[in-house]
Design a binder for this molecule. Structure first.
Ligand code: PMP
Length: 426
């Protein structure tokens, strides 16, 4: 599989030629951004070489071909995440942007810029938005802004000692006042998998709209948004073997139809006068301005690549790797694993804190050993605060990760403890 990725093929070639670890690093940072297979790079290049033209503009055959590639990718992504229709897939810059399309759109609905059906997004004093303490800042700050703008109250489900939260916690926190419930499908720090279908059912029972941050689930496990019942979901191309600069907002048709666009301008409209504008139906309403077409095409190719691999197989392979990570970490005294110890509740990543060491020192030592991980707060400061720390060290995998890479991480952690003279007893 690694041979299908130019990045890994080059590393493996250098390693075989006896390169030092730093020149043949173990890449354990797919949760931040994943590497792209040749199929994705080729798709982008082929499009740019043969079909590049402005989409949805003009009537030439070239425009038709480019538009076909652009809309074809939308259909591929719809199929990949279980959307009934391609119109349920809105292109955004990334997951952050996709989440902002929801919160800013609701803000517009409440600022008098609604479209037909926008009444369902009325939000004000006495209403509540519910999130969790484990959210990435991308699924926190936009809600803070929306609450401030509308007078609604932002509430959160606190995490337990291991950074997880339960269905019962959600049941307790959801009330008739809850208008939105937003949460990550998989946490980018603890790897904890939320029971989405059950949570959606609880939310719908009180009339709340669900918004799922699917950034760390869609690349790693089979996800069917229709089956899960979610109202909105967001994810990024660059974490699922695709290009950066492209993300996705999934939405139920009637909810997208009632959501105003927060960015306005060309190609998202039907009729414009000097005083006003009428907007296109979704998804084009949300895609004002020239779109990142080659990235869209590359993302379609990434979905095809993952489909060919089989998401069940990807998930099973990554599960083996996570079990190996968790087992290795558990043998290191003084290293605390964040998130559930039960690997069946965890996807694709492990973050740790090393007693007596700052994560940045760990990161620097690991980097010198050629082990590429992410250190810091991973855009989840409140979660780290709740866990009693400012930062952690995260190793994350994809289907391309090898056992050797996992072992190098574990060895390097042990090495860091020894290097910094930590006395650790079993
Ligand atoms: N949510 C989660 C859970 C993430 O892991 C990330 C990426 N770290 C984001 C949101 C934001 O993704 P992006 O930076 O691609 O918008």
């Amino acid at each position: 599989l690694r041979a299908a990725f130019p990045y890994f093929a080059a590393i493996d070639e250098r390693a075989a030629a006896g390169a030092t670890p730093q020149f043949a690093p173990a890449y354990l940072d797919s949760a931040a951004t994943s590497q792209r297979p040749l199929a994705v790079l080729d798709a982008e290049r082929n499009f740019l070489e043969h079909s590049n033209a402005a989409v949805h503009r003009g009537t030439s055959g070239a425009v038709g071909a480019a538009t076909g590639a652009f809309e074809g990718a939308r259909a591929l992504i719809a199929g990949f995440v279980g959307a009934a229709a391609p119109e349920q897939i809105v292109w955004a810059e990334n997951a952050t942007d996709a989440l902002n399309l929801v919160t800013l759109g609701v803000g517009e609905a409440n600022a008098g810029n609604g479209v037909a059906g926008s009444e369902r997004y009325e939000l004000g004093a006495g209403d509540e938005i519910l999130i969790t303490e484990a959210e990435h800042h991308a699924n926190l700050i936009p809600w803070q802004r929306l609450a401030k703008k509308t007078g609604a109250t932002l509430r959160f489900i606190p995490v337990r000692e291991d950074g997880t939260w339960t269905l019962d916690d959600a049941r307790e926190a959801l009330t008739e006042k809850t208008k939105f419930f937003a949460f990550a499908h998989v946490s980018n720090v603890t790897g904890f998998v939320a029971p989405v279908a059950e949570l959606v059912e609880l939310a719908h029972a009180v009339g709340a709209i669900t918004v799922v941050d699917a950034c760390q689930s869609v690349p790693h496990i089979p996800v069917d948004f229709a089956e899960l019942g979610v109202d909105f979901a967001a994810f990024s191309g660059h974490k699922m073997l695709g290009p950066n600069g492209i993300g996705v907002l999934y939405g139920k048709p009637e909810l997208l139809a009632a959501l105003p666009a927060s960015r306005t301008g060309g190609s998202a409209i039907t009729r414009v006068t000097m005083e006003s504008a009428d907007f296109m139906p979704p998804p084009l309403r949300f895609e004002a301005g020239t779109q990142p077409v080659s990235q869209v095409v590359g993302l379609g190719a990434a979905a095809e690549f993952l489909t060919d691999l089989g998401m069940d197989r990807v998930a099973a392979r990554e599960h083996e790797l996570v079990e190996r990570l968790v087992a290795g970490i558990s043998e290191l005294p003084g290293v605390r694993l964040l998130g559930p110890a039960d690997t069946s509740q965890r996807v694709a990543l492990t973050a740790v804190s090393v007693e007596g060491l700052h994560a940045h020192d760990v990161g620097q030592f690991l980097d010198e050993q050629g082990v590429l991980v992410r250190v810091g707060h991973h855009c989840a400061q409140p979660l780290h605060r709740a866990l009693g720390m400012a930062s952690s060290t995260r190793a994350s995998v994809h289907a391309t990760t090898t056992e050797d890479e996992v072992d190098r991480f574990i060895d390097a952690l042990r090495g860091a403890q020894q290097y910094f003279g930590l006395e650790v007893s079993a």
